[in-house]
Design a binder for this molecule. Structure first.
Ligand code: GLY
Length: 383
């Protein structure tokens, strides 16, 4: 396997060790030489927190190092209290990359109990009229009961996992209904995605599509596109429903058609300011993992998806990896949390997690399979 990936992996694990020694709060963005939590006033338990535990668990799986395992356990335990939190749609991100990975990588099924409870908490956000999982809650000013978003597709893996383990179809059925509704509401005919769908929560009818993190309501926010690609491929893997495979393929094609020369997306594929605007390295990292998930279930096109995944990862290693950090650092530079909110040019913990997931797929497919239950298509198939 590529010496570039082996060296990036080594360096990523080294930096993760530095971060483990230094961090006192769950990290979100790396700016001006330091990790920052997402917002000071929030208690532990935010959508980004599972990415830090996911990094620790993968680093442990690569090394077998007991100190990385102890760190992964300590930070995973800090998230347990979220299992009954009905106020977030992101329990999938949080528990899949903490407790589910923990159970799989330690062979200790006790970790699964909290993840199972979290899955049943998450499905309380299901609106059976619109057949979607609600993204946000009313905040006293705005009414959010009708909103769902494309990011939520990434929370469905927890529901499929829970159904498989519990032998209860309900979480998986809700995941599948949500994916169907998202496909109709958020995926456009050209294979691009909108960020948010606004339904009438009483009738379940779609009112409009919106964009909060992208350039405009008609544009395509690149990280949202990557969440969708990965999420629909996961749904196909669990259900075999052909429409999910077609959709994931269309999303991948759109992505590939819109990548710039260095294959790392700008923050919105349709920003009129390209090329004089910001990259989002996190969108690139999620796209690599989404393409690999798609390759695993789409044997006909697998060589193409795997080849693009490899080329994007090569570019991240060559142009965006922070080399020889020698202390706490993000792995990647140039993430864009939200350009409309003026939060860009940072390292991002989710970009880092998916970067390590992607490196794991290419360097240690056995670990990737054990952690994520996905069989990577050998890259030789595309060479
Ligand atoms: N899930 C929120 C984001 O991608 O920014």
């Amino acid at each position: 396997m590529s010496a570039v990936f082996e060296s990036a992996l080594k360096q990523s694990i080294e930096t993760t060790r530095h971060n483990l020694r230094a961090l006192e709060e769950f990290p979100e963005s790396f700016q001006q030489g330091a990790w920052k939590p997402i917002e000071k006033e929030r208690a532990a338990g935010h959508w980004v927190d599972g990415f830090w535990t996911g990094l620790l668990w993968l680093a442990y799986a690569h090394t077998g190092d007991p100190s990385l395992r102890a760190g992964a356990e300590r930070w995973t335990n800090k998230l347990a209290h979220m299992k009954t939190s009905t106020g977030t749609h992101d329990l999938g991100f949080i528990f899949y990359l903490s407790h589910v990975l923990a159970g799989r990588l330690t062979n200790d099924a006790a970790w699964f109990d909290n993840a199972m409870e979290a899955a049943y908490t998450l499905i309380k956000r299901y609106n059976p009229r619109g057949e979607y999982l609600q993204a946000w809650d009313d905040d006293g000013i705005r009414k959010w009961a009708g909103r769902t978003n494309i990011d939520l597709m990434m929370n469905l893996a927890l529901l499929y996992w829970a159904s498989d383990r519990a032998g209860d179809a309900e979480p998986a059925d809700i995941a599948t209904q949500h994916a169907r509704a998202s496909r109709l509401a958020l995926v456009r005919g050209d294979g691009s995605t909108a960020h948010v769908a606004d339904f009438d929560p009483d009738s379940g009818l779609l009112i409009r599509r919106e964009q909060y993190q992208g350039y405009s309501h008609d544009s395509c926010w690149s990280r949202g596109q990557a969440w969708a690609l990965y999420g629909f491929a996961t749904c196909y893997r669990h259900t075999g429903i052909p429409a999910f495979l077609t959709t994931a393929g269309a999303l991948a094609d759109y992505t590939i058609r819109h990548l710039p020369a260095d294959l790392v997306p700008f923050w919105d594929y349709n920003s009129p300011h390209i090329p004089d605007t910001y990259r989002d390295s996190s969108a690139a990292a999620v796209t690599v993992c989404g393409l690999l998930e798609l390759a695993a279930v789409d044997s006909k096109n697998a060589p193409r998806w795997t080849e693009f995944a490899k080329r994007i990862l090569d570019s991240l290693c060559e142009n965006y990896l922070i080399r020889n950090a020698g202390g706490p650092s993000s792995l990647l530079r140039d993430g864009a949390r939200s350009v409309p909110a003026n939060l860009m040019e940072h390292g991002l913990i989710y970009g880092d997690y998916y970067f390590l997931e992607a490196l794991t797929a290419f360097t240690r497919p056995d670990i990737y399979r054990r952690a994520l239950d996905v069989q990577i298509v050998p890259v030789e198939a595309s060479e």
